[in-house]
Design a protein around this ligand. Structure first.
Ligand SMILES: [Zn+2]
Length: 278
């Protein structure tokens, strides 16, 4: 069933687990994400970034996800990831996304607060929940995502931000990166603990790919309720494709798609189990 993202994350917060938010790019990736969630009996968040709007028919995509969600035995949420434009957010709300992320992390705190507050007012009128971010993630290897300066989240600013804007969940920058780490990951778990003590909304960790399992487990214990996963799933699919094309003279597209889904499945399964503390 399609469920509001806030409701899914409030349950995760109460029960101290995290929900996977898989970045998807096409219908094949959506199907694997929901299939894995059903098999593992866990909720799942299907996340589409604003950056894919030029190549994905957003209304058609939302209709497809909603149809699969209605058939699903587990809660499914549809989330707009990293949006910068109000128009994109309104478009997503209109076609049934259950949450949106406004990324104002490039602005100074006051401007980020002002813009986020406006988005929260619009989204809440439609019953859609809002994620926002303060601090920002640096960009690692193989990433197709945003480049930030790696500023970590200040706990007091996080509290002011949440209190003033009314956001439903907050992305905290604690040293994870978008993409794979260049060198050893330096994740500031004590900082996460201070952020968690300062705010009461569910916290979100971007940059799940390549983050050591033990760090993720501790982060979930310290209040992370949603973990975004993008690059590792993409890498599994693309590695499979490279291998397939090297070894076969000509393959049919339908076979490639099915095999690519099989390549993504164990990666998504690993994350879902890790986040569920199983
Ligand atoms: Zn992100």
């Amino acid at each position: 069933m399609l469920i509001n993202t806030k409701k899914i994350l409030q349950h995760a917060q109460q029960e101290k687990y995290a929900v996977a938010a898989f970045n998807v790019y096409n219908l094949e990736t959506v199907q694997v994400a929901i299939h894995v969630a059903e098999r593992e009996n866990q909720p799942v968040i299907i996340a589409l970034g604003e950056r894919y709007f030029p190549t994905v028919d957003v209304e058609g995509f939302a209709a497809f996800v909603k149809a699969l969600a209605e058939k699903s035995a587990v809660p499914v949420a549809l989330h707009l990831d990293h949006a910068y434009e109000k128009e994109s957010i309104i478009r997503a709300i209109r076609c049934g996304f259950t949450s949106v992320m406004f990324d104002g992390s490039a602005y100074d705190l006051d401007e980020n607060i002002r813009r986020t507050k406006e988005i929260v007012e619009i989204a809440h009128m439609a019953g859609v929940s809002v994620e926002a971010e303060i601090g920002s993630l640096a960009k690692g290897d193989f990433s197709d995502e945003e480049e930030g300066d790696g500023t970590l989240t200040d706990p007091q600013s996080a509290k002011d931000f949440v209190d003033t804007t009314g956001v439903d969940f907050l992305a905290a920058a604690i040293g994870t990166v978008h993409g794979m780490y260049k060198g050893e990951p330096k994740i500031d778990l004590p900082l996460l603990e201070r952020i968690q003590q300062a705010v009461d909304v569910p916290l979100v960790l971007h940059g799940g790919s390549g983050t050591p399992d033990s760090v993720i487990t501790q982060a979930v214990q310290l209040g992370i309720c949603k973990v975004n996963v993008n690059t590792e799933v993409s890498m599994a699919a693309v590695s499979y494709l490279q291998h397939a094309f090297e070894n076969k003279q000509m393959v049919h597209l339908s076979t490639v798609m099915a095999d690519m889904q099989q390549a993504m499945e164990p990666v998504m399964t690993k994350f879902v189990r890790l986040f569920a503390n199983r």
